[in-house]
Design a protein around this ligand. Structure first.
Ligand SMILES: Cc1ncc(COP(=O)(O)O)c(C=O)c1O
Length: 391
């Protein structure tokens, strides 16, 4: 094998896929905690709450009944129907269960959609900063994430104007998340509608990652399907439903894509976790929804505490987060090396944060992400520790 063709002896795509920098922070945080240090964990991108008891119980019951076999590739019919009913209830949408496919997390949905849409060399516009795996999924299928720097002027989202200005000959569509990771910002109805119209006018695909729906605070989060029935939607049981470790998500595809999508799912996954699918059914029961909605309220309280607190410390947050559980903060006053800054805050002050470098290239060395995925007392302690060093 010619080595230039195979950096490190492996396929070229591997060299283009960047690791999560936060892993270094998390590994060090774990080591420090094991050595007896008290670490406030604000780096993780998952709810701190364990999966709600009725969901766990439904999973247990499924195992006890012997639900241990493969299911249909697109998911068990009951779950696809429950999701269809969820779209009717949440958004007033009539989505046929046939268009809904259960996937191994939003990650599995991203992989299927990337495989369905991309030819080698094709590109998709996406925000910088943004969720890093998106561009890596595209790279995996020999496509390209075309990163568009965004800031407070567009609420850290792609606008119709940015799409028009950045569309290239090889661009086939747009992939956005609302609410977004790492910024928590939301595309409101007008912005989403304008974005959809711009993409449609270019015969492009619109993919919207709605994984943080259900975790928005005092703002409306319209589904793109209310505005563009041909869009692709990615969603998951990980965040609002609090099931990260169960690895279950879903996608909604236009009718014309359903058969091809199912073929891909059969080949790539055979089926999704059977136990997790039966467990997830309990997520739609009223008693479970009450638990999940209470948790949303707790996240909102944490955000309402943490946002002014980090601003007071000297971080800038020009677009306040409207959902998810993150604050993406401009740390320019303190650093131009977010990775070193995060390591220093961890080593010397016991606070674990995520460096902006994980979310792209645009000003990322000057930004950090706070996750409010720990209890209020711990957040207060983190702010106290940071105040001690930064003020
Ligand atoms: C924006 C976004 N999309 C997708 C994912 C993947 O989620 P999962 O595969 O757990 O559903 C995440 C996880 O943090 C995310 O933040």
């Amino acid at each position: 094998m010619a080595d230039q063709q195979r950096p490190g002896g492996f396929a070229r795509r591997v060299a283009d896929i960047e690791p999560f920098r936060v892993v270094e922070v998390l590994a060090r945080a774990t080591a420090l905690a094991a050595s007896g240090r008290d670490i406030v964990h604000m780096a993780a991108g998952e709810p701190d709450f364990a999966t709600a008891a009725p969901i766990v119980e439904a999973g247990r019951a499924a195992l006890a009944r012997g639900e241990t076999y493969y299911t249909q590739a697109a998911g068990i019919p009951q779950l696809r129907e429950a999701l269809s009913a969820y779209y009717a209830q949440q958004y007033g949408l009539d989505i046929s269960p046939r268009r809904i496919m259960v996937t191994p997390g939003a990650s599995g949905a991203l992989l299927l959609i990337s495989a369905l849409l991309m030819n080698p060399g094709d590109g998709m516009l996406m925000t910088d900063p943004g969720y890093p795996c998106n561009r890596h999924f595209l790279r995996l299928v020999e496509g390209r994430g075309q990163l568009v720097p965004v800031g407070a002027d567009t609420n850290y989202q792609l606008s119709a104007e940015l799409v028009a200005a950045n569309w290239q000959d090889n661009t086939i569509g747009v992939l956005v998340a609302s609410p977004a990771n790492p910024t928590g910002t939301v595309l409101d109805r007008d912005a989403l509608s304008a974005l959809a119209a711009e993409v449609r006018s270019r015969q492009g695909y619109l993919v919207v990652d709605e994984i943080y729906h259900g975790l928005a605070y005092a703002v409306e989060t319209p589904s793109v399907l209310e505005l563009d029935p041909d869009a692709f939607v990615i969603n998951s049981f990980s965040k609002y439903f609090g099931m990260t470790g169960w690895r279950l998500g879903w996608l909604v595809a236009p009718e014309a894509a359903v058969d091809e999508m199912e073929k891909l799912a059969q080949n790539l996954f055979i089926s999704q976790s059977t136990m997790a699918q039966h467990a997830a059914l309990a997520g739609f029961e009223a008693a479970t929804r009450d638990i999940l909605d209470e948790r949303r309220e707790i996240f909102r309280q944490r955000r309402d505490f943490l946002l002014p607190a980090v601003q007071e410390l000297g971080f800038k947050v020009p677009s306040p987060p409207q959902g998810a559980f993150y604050i993406y903060a401009d740390a320019s006053r303190f650093t131009t090396d977010s990775q070193a800054f995060c390591m220093q805050l961890l080593e010397e002050h016991g606070v674990a944060l995520t460096p902006g470098l994980d979310f792209g290239h645009h000003l990322s060395a000057r930004h950090i992400r706070f996750s409010y995925t720990t209890g209020m007392e711990r957040l207060e302690l983190a702010v106290e520790r940071l105040a001690g060093v930064l003020r």
